[in-house]
Design a protein around this ligand. Structure first.
Ligand code: CP
Ligand code: NVA
Length: 309
């Protein structure tokens, strides 16, 4: 794997390797924290990773910065106002210049084509830290959280409820790769991209891929997942979406139809009273803060997969 622009850049064996390593890295870090042992490894010793953000971030930027640091490397965070990707200079020129300094580039941006353009120009790995189309690093942490809960992923069912957005796309592909059943329950007019659904169906070997507007599809799920109703860049649509999305709020009533040991996930940031009821996200089934912490471990595992020996 040269770049990680989409979940589909991993094959099933690669996904398993990354998840195995993420779980092991978390355990090792927990032991080090308990013993007062060192947290910093030397896998990326002397190497630098650029972190370029064209949209706001808490988790992704902080977890990548700490991930590179804990692997012994040097993180180089940069924001749009200084880089001016495609505005101050071309995306290709930026990629070629950065590749002369750093050993990988992490980019949060708008259109997926911006990542592809950067990756084509830069001869170092490029990692998608969220685009309008996908959030593939998030999906790794999500599946890590499911692995920690259920040990094995095969045959488990994850149901995403809400907008057929970047997070939904990456979950469709990731669950299909990992042998999980995946369902996307969306309001009319907000389905995931049909091409991504077809891709997930192609990746799934035996597991189900279901896309529906019927919230009854949540029945029997092991994992219920939701995300904001209006993503970054869609703020103008937030009010109009509220009425349409209201029947899709993940509340205690909706969670009642899941399995007894079902968990709730959300990539965060969350809006209590909109896509999720406070009783669910702050309740006993919620694993959202473990999930957020797993961004660190999963991205360390991804960096080792891309840059390690
Ligand atoms: N989940 C996630 O990507 O959070 P940030 O937008 O804060 O990075
Ligand atoms: N779908 C959301 C995810 C935020 C982590 C967005 O793109 O804003």
């Amino acid at each position: 794997m040269q770049d990680y622009l989409t979940v589909a850049d991993l094959d099933p064996a690669g996904m398993e390797r990354v998840l195995d390593r993420a779980v092991a890295l978390r355990a090792a870090r927990d032991r080090a924290l308990a013993d007062g042992g060192p947290l910093v490894d030397d896998v990326l010793k002397g190497r630098s990773v650029a972190l370029v953000f064209e949209k706001p971030s808490l988790r992704t930027r902080a977890s990548f910065q700490v991930a590179v640091h804990e692997l012994g490397g040097h993180p180089l965070p940069m924001w749009d106002f200084e880089v001016g990707l495609g505005k101050r200079e071309t995306i290709a020129d930026t990629g070629k210049v950065l590749a002369g300094y750093v050993q990988a580039i992490v980019l949060r941006t708008f259109g997926q084509e911006r990542l592809v353009e950067l990756a084509d120009a830069a001869d170092v790995p490029v990692i998608n830290a969220l685009s309008d189309h996908e959030h593939p690093c998030q999906a790794l942490a999500d599946l890590q959280t499911c692995r920690e809960e259920f040990t094995s992923l095969a045959g488990r069912t994850l149901t995403y409820v809400g907008d057929g957005n970047n997070v939904a796309h990456s979950l469709l592909l990731a669950c299909a790769l990992a042998g999980m059943n995946v369902r996307v329950v969306h309001p009319d007019g907000y389905a995931p991209d049909a091409l991504v659904v077809a891709e997930a169906e192609g990746l799934a070997s035996g597991s189900e891929v279901v896309v529906t507007t019927d919230v009854a599809a949540v029945a029997g799920s092991d994992v219920v997942y939701t995300d904001v109703w209006a993503s970054m860049g869609q703020e103008d649509e937030a009010e109009e979406r509220k009425a349409l999305f209201a029947p899709y709020q993940v509340d205690e009533q909706l969670m009642r139809d899941t399995t007894d040991d079902a968990i709730f996930l959300h990539c965060l940031p969350a809006h209590r009273g909109e896509e999720v009821a406070a009783a669910v996200i702050d309740g006993p089934r919620s694993r959202v803060f473990q999930q957020a912490e797993n961004r660190l471990h999963a991205q360390k595992a991804l960096l080792v997969e891309l840059l390690g020996d």
